[in-house]
Design a protein around this ligand. Structure first.
Ligand code: ZN
Length: 154
C-alpha cells in the first residue's frame, strides 16, 4: 500500500465511521459552521476543564466524506490537549492545508501527524479545502466563544 492509498483508506474510514459524532454532556463552549458550496454542516462541542485542558470534544453534523473525516480526525487529536496547544495545532493544520508541505508543531506525535496529512490531498482543490477546514474554523470560533456561525463563504 503506498502513501496515497493509506491516506485514502484513513479518510474513508473516518468519513464512514466518524469518531466523536455526538453531543458532549455539559459542554462549556460550542460553535456552528456551514459550508454552503458543499452543504456541509458542523456543530462543535467542547468541554474545557479548570486547567483549560480539553476534557471532551465532539461534533454533530452532516456533509461530504472529507468534512466528516476532518472533523472526526480533529476531535480525536485535540482531546486531552491544552487550549494553547489546540490553537497551535489548528493554525499549523490550516497553514499546511493552504501552503506548507508539512506540519511543524511539536505537540502531535508522528502517527497523529500522519492522520492529519491524509487531508493534504485536498490542497489542489479549493472547494475541497473548504470542506476540510470547516470544522477547524468552527473549533476556533468555539474557543473564542464568539457566537459567530462560521460560513466558508463569508
Ligand atoms: Zn464538503
Amino acid at each position: 500500500m503506498n502513501l496515497k492509498e493509506l491516506y485514502q483508506e484513513i479518510i474513508l474510514d473516518h468519513g464512514k465511521n466518524p469518531r466523536n459524532l455526538r453531543k458532549t454532556d455539559n459542554f462549556n463552549k460550542d460553535a456552528k459552521g456551514y459550508n454552503p458550496l458543499c452543504g456541509d454542516k458542523v456543530h462543535v462541542y467542547l468541554k474545557l476543564n479548570e486547567n483549560k485542558k480539553v476534557e471532551d470534544i465532539s461534533f454533530e453534523g452532516s456533509g461530504c466524506a472529507i468534512s466528516m473525516a476532518s472533523a472526526s480526525i480533529m476531535t480525536d487529536l485535540v482531546r486531552g490537549k491544552e487550549e494553547i496547544e489546540v490553537k497551535e495545532i489548528v493554525s499549523d493544520f490550516l497553514d499546511m492545508i493552504k501552503e506548507k508541505n508539512e506540519l511543524s508543531n511539536k505537540i502531535l506525535k508522528d502517527d497523529e501527524k500522519t492522520k492529519l496529512m491524509c487531508l493534504s490531498g485536498v490542497k489542489k482543490y479549493p472547494m475541497r479545502v473548504k470542506c476540510a477546514t470547516l470544522s477547524w474554523h468552527t473549533l476556533t470560533s468555539a474557543l473564542e466563544n464568539s457566537q459567530i456561525t462560521i460560513n466558508t463563504e463569508n
